[in-house]
Design a protein around this ligand. Sequence first.
Ligand SMILES: CC(=O)N[C@H]1[C@@H](OP(=O)(O)OP(=O)(O)OC[C@H]2O[C@@H](n3ccc(=O)[nH]c3=O)[C@H](O)[C@@H]2O)O[C@H](CO)[C@@H](O)[C@@H]1O
Ligand SMILES: C=C(OP(=O)(O)O)C(=O)O
Length: 436
Amino acid sequence: MEKIIVRGGRQLEGTVKVEGAKNAVLPVIAASLIASEGKSVIHEVPALADVYTIKEVLSNMSANVRYNNNTVTVDASKPLKTEAPFEYVRKMRASVLVLGPLLARYGHAKVAMPGGCAIGSRPIDLHLKGFEAMGAKVHVGNGYVEVHAEGRLKGAKVYLDVPSVGATENIMMAAALAEGRTILENCAKEPEIVDLANFLNKMGAKVIGAGTETIKIDGVEKLYGAEHTIIPDRIEAGTFMVASAITGGNVLVRGAELEHLRSLVSKMEEMGVKITEEADGLRVIGPKKLKATDLKTLPHPGFPTDMQSQMMALMLNAEGTSVITETVFENRFMHVEEFRRMNAKLKIEGRSVIVEGPVTLQGAEVAATDLRAGAALILAGLTAEGYTRVTELKHLDRGYVDFASKLATLGADIERVNDDGEVILDSKDHQQTSAS
Ligand SMILES: CC(=O)N[C@H]1[C@@H](OP(=O)(O)OP(=O)(O)OC[C@H]2O[C@@H](n3ccc(=O)[nH]c3=O)[C@H](O)[C@@H]2O)O[C@H](CO)[C@@H](O)[C@@H]1O
Ligand SMILES: C=C(OP(=O)(O)O)C(=O)O
């Protein structure tokens, strides 16, 4: 079985560079489908499994997609198929982000219904509610969701019951070509929403207010391909910040944007971690002793759910009792069982986990239950006694490029082995070649 093997005890030191953000690049590539003229050129595209999946989704619709040297080029000017089958949506839920662009451009889109996943049921009712408000008809059946509109969508007032990232993105993309103004209220404020709005505006859209809770979109008749550079991945940055802190290390996380990471920086500082802003990133120095703290995940600018499991690993090494409350997803504690296999003292109480620290973590064979849990288990392994073997790496590869190699460069004792037990590089160079 393919696995990452880490032996604890090394302090990390050096510099690590953050890739472009997975959660920004997926909607931006989906948005490139709206351009009926011109090519989109997208830079700083990380070589992630999810990027290869969205590339396949678009290629399957007959868009011309190329991926070379971290740049994706999309030519969607020819007529497109308006369907994303289950084989893609099963691999990556973000495939549903093609609904908005296709509906806007063709008045039709059909996408396999995403099921639940290891972190919760994850419905898309708010995406659909937004499309309906703009005049589309929604039909769900045989495992698919199909949306239709007669003529152009109509601008509308849409209030989101919860500030869903995906719904904000899908509705914003659909509204970009609608007739008249759409006002989207209680929307998500994540930096990735702002990145998508910037890309849409470069394409000729009229989106204002992204990053606040009300976004106004004045629909235009046509959008054009545009050039764009993806923002740095704040979750990958945060993961390496925890890697430094947990090992008592001293790491410069290049590309980490303080503005995107304020809630994490403030929590880590409460725990005694020293974080300083440098010209090209954040320097993170781990203390001799970490202090316990409490955190609650919330929509941005609150604490990101995608950093919850990594912080659990950090809290296991802190002195005292910490409490983590997960409010974004109803079931994002699957990693607790895996941490317990490493001797962690964790108690689940409703939507909270009580973390008793510090514990001497013991190396064990553990499975990544989702992509962030995979990273978190490796972080725990950096401080555990003996060897930690992390399996189910397909999750990790969705969101991290060369995770083991990057940690090794910082001094971690870590390697990745394939099914036959041979040591392999975890670079996706081979995928770059075959996918380009
Ligand atoms: C590709 C991508 O960008 N993924 C991110 C995105 O996921 P995603 O866009 O799927 O997450 P949402 O913000 O939509 O989900 C937040 C909450 O809203 C609920 N909800 C969402 C939509 C809907 O129609 N109905 C509904 O009830 C969800 O079940 C969840 O409880 O934001 C999450 C929350 O920051 C992150 O963890 C994911 O990494
Ligand atoms: C939950 C995540 O992603 P996705 O929405 O793509 O599953 C994540 O990035 O942690």
